[in-house]
Write a protein that binds this ligand. Sequence first.
Ligand code: SAH
Length: 345
Amino acid sequence: MTLTRRLKSLIEAEGPLPVSTFMQLCLHDPQFGYYATRPGLGRDFRTAPETSQVFGELLGLWAALEWRVMGAAARFNLVEAGPGRGTLMADALRATRPVAGFHEAAGIVLVEASAALREVQTHRLAPHAVAHVDTLADVPDGPVIILANEFLDCFPARQFVRDGEAWRERVVGLGEAGDLVFGLAADRRPQGEEQTSGDAVEVQPGLSLIVDALSERTAPFRALFIDYGPAGAAPGDTLRAFRNGEQVDPLAAPGECDLTVDVDFSRLARLAHAAGLAVAGPTPQGMFLGTLGVEARMHRLIAQNPTRASDIHRAVAELVEPDKMGLRFKAMCLSSPGLPPPAGF
Ligand code: SAH
């Protein structure tokens, strides 16, 4: 049995699958899903914390600063959603060691769907004790600071395509040769929130679950999301698959490649505003890291490791240059009402 075989039988039995169901199975099927079976993330795509340690260090210092702004609670949850190999949190914890009281106060909670990655994270972050939970809604009560890099982009997206005045959902079905193909659902969708002026639109239903989970919290929180996505218009068809650093056909090898979509930050902001949360951003990653002092941090690291100066410089440039990750990636912070604006925006 392979995931392709499983998807085909599912389609034979129940009809074409919405793109969101396809994504969910490809990424999270407990037996064949990408994250469940590939704890060695990093070959297929490279993320900011895996590019330069400065990224996790700055996010850690940001969290420590905001912990103080929020009143330096004696106990709070330092949460990372989608920690991958645990690199961001490891760098954040190392950088914040000198911050008086911060480590003693922080209960580290990791939101992770993959059992295999949970194991990698626990090892990587030892001797710190970490607790794992399934979703943001499961994070224990009390003040929290949440860091999430490249977490939202793997939330399954539904795609709708304009068909005259109506919209039809893009689905994965079977072609004449029995292979997986994209198609459009026969039934037309009523006009809904997914309505825009373009010809295709993507909606990640999971974004509203995140806002719901945050708005139910009674203690102060900050949640920092960094991901790629446009600042304004809603994404159209942005589903992409990556394998060994190359972009590949999303239908070619289900479960064996990473699937991602652009994050619709304007929708996230709308949902958060409607729920009464405070919204900062979206701000381009390069500007955000610049405001947090990426240059000074880089020079400090170079001073400590002079022989690696050009590698360190190149990696940081990757994070901040507008034609690299600096512009396409955005930072957005959702906060409980009543807090001052967060640093970096
Ligand atoms: N933040 C890391 C890894 C990004 S990969 C980095 O920047 O390097 C995405 C991570 O999110 C993986 O750890 C994946 O298993 C996790 N993940 C994806 N969708 C999830 C979901 N719905 N719930 C919990 N974890 C999820």
